[in-house]
Design a binder for this molecule. Structure first.
Ligand SMILES: [Fe+2]
Length: 243
């Protein structure tokens, strides 16, 4: 794809919104991090009852900040704890957006009317893995130019991921500073982002443990499942896999 570096205005209600909410980072010793129960599709109430100390702290922070509430069924919280070795990825690789509703073909529907109402909160507490989520910065115009529908036999996020990686490497080759286009999450920082914020997990660079917390709001799930998970997987190092 040839990229024309022009500014294309976005609709204001769909602006990406990556922002950091906490000044003081959440921290935990590795012994405590290892013991965090892993929650899947948990309500805030369930997270407060069944989550470990970090989950309790992050959920309470969001409640106190008025970002989520206990009395509406529109919040689901997922937490995961990974032991990682260098090269392992704690999520399916590749740039993507979270919780974009999918169509009958199983692929994301990028103009779905629910998208402007969706928001997410992310916290990663790292003890040695170096596997910190990367976000594509708001000024990265590539996202406006990506195809809306997957090519036959391919998946949309995989294709978008390849385009974004090409865009970033082209920029670096032209002398750009990659950090102006990509924000790497800091351990212990709680981020708010939208369903239009592209991000990706990156492979671990060291041996260690990693805690992941995500609260998602208005993602069209019927109701929280409130499951405690006892398994977690790592993924093969393919940067543009998608799903
Ligand atoms: Fe994601």
């Amino acid at each position: 794809m040839t990229i024309d570096f022009v500014t294309i205005p976005r609709q204001s209600e769909e602006m990406p919104m990556l922002s950091r909410l906490n000044e003081q980072p959440f921290v935990a010793p590795v012994e405590l991090l290892k013991d965090e129960p892993m929650l899947f599709s948990a309500s805030p109430q369930f997270a407060l009852q069944e989550g470990g100390p970090l989950t309790l702290e992050a959920t309470t922070f969001l409640l106190n900040a008025g970002e989520i509430s206990l009395d509406r069924g529109n919040v689901v919280i997922d937490t995961r704890v990974h032991m990682l070795k260098p090269g392992w990825i704690p999520a399916i690789g590749g740039w993507h957006c979270d919780a974009i509703p999918r169509g009958e073909d199983g692929q994301p529907v990028l103009d779905h009317p629910a998208i402007p109402g969706i928001r997410h909160y992310l916290l990663v507490v790292d003890c040695g893995t170096g596997s910190m989520t990367e976000f594509l910065n708001h000024g990265s115009l590539i996202t406006e130019l990506l195809q809306k529908v997957a090519s036959p036999g391919k998946n949309l996020w995989g294709e978008h991921s390849e385009e974004i990686n090409t865009y970033l490497s082209d920029l670096v080759e032209l002398g750009a500073d990659r950090s102006e286009y990509v924000t790497t999450a800091e351990s212990g920082a709680l981020y708010k982002f939208s369903a239009r914020d592209y991000h990706r997990a990156i492979p671990a660079t060291g041996h260690g443990w990693r805690y992941f917390f995500r609260a998602s709001v208005n993602t069209m799930v019927k109701e929280p499942l409130n499951e405690i998970r006892k398994q977690v997987q790592v993924y093969l190092p393919h940067e543009d896999l998608g799903w």
